[in-house]
Design a protein around this ligand. Sequence first.
Ligand code: FAD
Length: 585
Amino acid sequence: METIQTDVAIIGAGGAGLRAAIALAQESPKLRIALISKVYPMRSHTCAAEGGAAGVIKDNDSFEQHFHDTVGGGDWLCDQDAVDYHIHEAPKELMQLEHWGCPWNREDNGSVAVRPFGGMKIERTWFAADKSGFHILHTLFQTSLQFPQIQRYDEYFATDLLVDDGRCQGFTAIEMKSGSMRRFKAGAVIIAGGGASRMFPFNTNGAIKTGDGMAMAYRAGAPLKDMEFVQYHPTGLPNTGTLLTEACRGEGGVLLNKDNYRFLQDYGMGPETPKGQPVLKTMELGPRDRVSQAIWGEMQKGRAVDTPWGKCVWLDLRHLGEKKINERLPFVRDICISYLAMDPVHEMIPIVPVVHYMMGGIHTDTKAATSLPGLFAAGECACVSINGANRLGSNSLVEILVFGRRAALSAAEYVAAAKPGNEAALVAQADASQARIDELFARSSGTESIAGLRKEMHETMGDGAGIYRTQEGLAKTSAKLAELRRRYQNIKLHDKSRVYNTDLLTALELGNMLDCAEAVAVSGRERKESRGAHQRLDFTARDDDKYLRHSMAYFNGLEPPRIDYRDVVITTSPPGVRDYSGEKK
Ligand SMILES: Cc1cc2nc3c(=O)[nH]c(=O)nc-3n(C[C@H](O)[C@H](O)[C@H](O)COP(=O)(O)OP(=O)(O)OC[C@H]3O[C@@H](n4cnc5c(N)ncnc54)[C@H](O)[C@@H]3O)c2cc1C
């Protein structure tokens, strides 16, 4: 097997991976950097982000307020030292992007414009129309091209981490165009592999978001933290799950039930304000968990709208007018016309909550180090944790920058002191990884179909791990996933060629999703309280005495994960009541 030797290898070339690569190249210019991605970098999911990125920039705002919005929004499960670092670095990172050419929207006076976002009680979200992720990723990608020491490996699929002497020292990856495996031998590895929401049937995520990075770290012994916290975004298209950004509401869009009533005021997010004039803190600018739960409530009460795609509520943008929609939400208009044949300038749009983001991920400390020496993680695959039990919209695009860079600094420091590994042991592990793939190709006895198992996984995740959960539902889903993971050992490949074998890659992705999904269901089953995005019908209150703790899922072979807990870091904000009523206290 060919070996590629490098100082730091990064798995993932989305926002977090590219930011890490640039930081390494700029701040440690002598290091060799390998940047691996299963898709061309610009196809990473960061490209799909619409609404924007949060950072304090205006005089009416403060770090303190960004801190409190984030910690309260996360239902006090955020590690406050990590949040503190995040909010202070955020404006620096966004300004850095500005200097690299990111075309942020402007105020009339030429300064950077910001828009309101859910759960952010002061407007602080920088944006580039409703294509913010595209512009951020493009800016990072073009900047990365300046550095010859960043060696790209596009369309390489990472499969297994190589760990010897208790240290991560590289990984194996399949070169997709030939199907042959390579060993990446690295002083340090950064995982920036993105989220895992494709484990759910109905989601906003690109097809590549299958939790490969999380699963690889998990199997190598690094625990997954807070996996039970899965974010539903309130405004997805009912037929495809395509996202309509929260900026629709930030710009003044309203949510209505079948009686044309702004129902959020009945769910602690009042009082009603004139259309088009959102009062910050209230109504449509409530946080995602609360707004999604309110939509579910309207469905239970029979006040939702019946559509050909099931029960929905309305998103009304018409009062914003064509000019503003074209200027601020052109992509939203395009999406509605292309996918629903409806024009938001003239019609109300049916929307429904849809799985969007994983708050949980690979456990890291504030320096982006995992518990496995030599392994660092950043971006959606990691849980540092600034998002706690519910991420606020527009914090993630900043997290990938802030902690992408942080992971790079930590990896560079680690590499400087790292000892060479045991070559024979690492080669043997890489060979074992190759042997597993070869066995899959050679197997003729497999009876399980990849699409069939994926369908069953989707059904059980949708049934048992949705917006509202119960002990019975989570136990059933956990048991089903344990069964699916066993049956997965007996899958069959239909395509036996080596060149661009998508049958093989889909099989590997399914294995990764099943591992992550089981961590979600079992962590959820064990958390007997309601907090943020984890809402239990049988334990409806938050229970700080027992559960003001992070769950930590440890891989346990074909057995369900072992769940342990870890204290939340509280520095200045003790747990309190989340208040989005807009009333002055
Ligand atoms: C539709 C949508 C809109 C969003 N809008 C916003 C917003 O407005 N504001 C906000 O803050 N957040 C938003 N988010 C969330 C945010 O965009 C993501 O959390 C963030 O971009 C993730 O970045 P990342 O670098 O961690 O991962 P990604 O951008 O997903 O990149 C992952 C990378 O890992 C690589 N990879 C994965 N597995 C492998 C493997 N096995 N081998 C090799 N490479 C691999 C992929 O090829 C890719 O390059 C949105 C998300 C979605 C889905």
